[in-house]
Design a protein around this ligand. Structure first.
Ligand code: 6PG
Length: 476
């Protein structure tokens, strides 16, 4: 039978997406560079639906009904370009090529433009949720032409996660918009993970609590506003006992965090746009610090701490403080991430609906969380909301925890415990709400040494003071 959709690249993500499609009743063409993976997919899961396996790319393309819909699920970068190059000469006008890997959005823009010129649709789609999501329902963030979404959207929505019956998939915007939004999702994922790690460290050092005890605290937190996939798996991880040593699993894992690069891209792009995503940046740099082995060796036992003991008098009150600080910092990370989406959307003419992004992140993806409903509601109240933190719900929810947040960051600083994401998020909060910032002094300094000019609070115009002369002010 002619296949309705095809998947090329059958490592675990591609394989699971193909199975998800087949389980939803689609006839799925499958192909992999080395045939063994195709064979094992058919041998292990052939009975889950209708697969049409092919050995060559030619056969694979020929097995698809038109307009062809081909999902590429290979390693981001050169491998993706190689597959596209092989596919394109075999395709016909109107066919749709979908890159469901973690591509960097400038690559997606380039590929979309190149394929559009050939009359083909190129859909760069974020897919989140890991192996499990790919199989049972991921969050899907497709970019590209609206026209292609009309054909493809119903299929993707069908296989995506559902929350209250609503698919975790929607059209994001033109060219690189889908992969851009996935990139910011990952940046937020980094921040979320770092904040959870800092909360864990505070509970561990402040309470002297065991991993198992902290797991219980996270389990309780998962019943409230913080309910999310990452909090849930944190409790699971902290409960795990290492079979070999009998210690808590987390205590035998080397404390050097790695990354594949999506968090770094998010920060690089934020610098280009000038959007202060400090929570995500600190989270990314915290991974880098953990991996700075020579520097840590040079500093360990050498740099004086002059820190006080971490004394917690009221255990429950401290746990609640940490919970509130975590929630507030998390809201900051999302608020910053959504600012970045707004800025990129404006710069690239993507017209991204931020409320819809929060909606499709409610299920399937790594950052899925109960509070994303609140974000969607905030953008429903005001689609042009300039700052998520300033939405009425969030001013209340975060405002509630500010005193606790300050106590936690201050106590950690006095005790010499690093909380880069908690602390920078609090600084952002105080910075963005400040009546007046010392940026005035920066402007004055810039004018002093470089005649870079400044504006005044009391009248319009641009000015320069003759610092090395008579110090008179001129209109610039
Ligand atoms: C997802 C994840 C996934 C990401 C991993 C690892 O949404 O399913 O974001 O796409 O690749 O989480 O990322 P790092 O290796 O950079 O931590």
């Amino acid at each position: 039978p002619a296949a309705q959709i095809g998947v090329t690249g059958l490592a675990v993500m591609g394989r699971n997406l193909a199975r998800n499609l087949a389980r939803h009743g689609y006839t799925v063409a499958v192909h992999n560079r080395s045939q063994a993976k195709t064979d094992s997919l058919i041998a292990d899961h052939g009975d889950e639906g209708t697969f049409v396996p092919s050995v060559t790319t030619e056969e694979f393309v020929a097995s698809l009904e038109r307009p062809r819909k081909v999902i590429i699920m290979v390693k981001a970068g050169a491998a993706t370009d190689a597959v596209i190059e092989e596919l394109v000469p075999l395709l016909d006008e109107g066919d749709i090529v979908i890159d469901a890997g973690n591509a960097h959005f400038p690559d997606t823009r380039r590929r979309e433009a190149a394929l559009r010129e050939k009359g083909l649709h190129f859909v760069g789609s974020g897919v989140s949720g890991g192996e499990e999501g790919a199989l049972n329902g991921p969050s899907i963030m497709p970019g590209g032409s609206r026209e292609s979404y009309e054909v493809l959207g119903p299929i993707l929505e069908d296989i995506s996660a559902k929350v209250d019956g609503v698919p975790c998939c929607t059209y994001v915007g033109p060219d690189g918009a889908g992969h851009f939004v996935k990139m910011v999702h990952n940046g937020i994922e980094y921040a979320d993970m770092q904040l959870i790690a800092e909360a864990y460290d505070l509970l561990k050092q402040g309470l002297g609590a065991s991993a198992a005890e902290i797991a219980d605290i996270f389990r309780t937190w998962n019943e409230g506003d913080l309910e999310s996939f990452l909090i849930e798996i944190t409790a699971e991880v902290l409960s795990q006992v290492d079979a070999e040593t009998g210690s808590a699993f987390v205590d035998v894992v080397l404390d050097q965090a790695e990354q594949k690069g999506t968090g770094r891209w998010t920060v690089q792009n934020a610098l280009d746009l000038g959007v202060p995503i400090t929570g995500i940046a600190e989270a990314t740099f915290a991974r880098a610090l953990s991996g700075s082995v020579p520097q840590r060796e040079a500093a360990r036992g050498t740099l004086p701490a002059h820190a006080g003991a971490f004394e917690v008098s009221d255990r429950d009150a401290f746990i609640e403080d940490v919970r509130l600080a975590l929630y507030a910092s998390k809201v900051v990370a999302y608020s910053q991430g959504f600012d970045q989406i707004a800025a990129a959307s404006a710069e690239n003419g993507w017209d991204i609906d931020r409320g819809a992004m929060a909606r499709i992140w409610r299920g399937g993806c790594i950052i899925r969380a109960r509070f994303l409903n609140r974000i969607t509601e905030a953008y429903e109240r005001d689609a042009e909301l300039p700052l998520l933190l300033a939405d009425e719900y969030f001013t209340g929810a975060v405002g509630n925890g500010v005193a606790a947040w300050r106590r936690v960051v201050a106590q950690a600083a006095l005790a010499g415990i690093p909380t880069p994401a908690f602390a920078s998020s609090l600084s952002y909060y105080d910075g963005v709400r400040a009546e007046r910032l010392p940026a005035a002094l920066i402007q004055a300094q810039r004018d002093f040494f470089g005649a870079h000019t400044y504006k005044r609070v009391d009248k319009p115009g641009t000015f320069h003071t003759e610092w090395s002369g008579d110090r008179a002010e001129h209109t610039a």
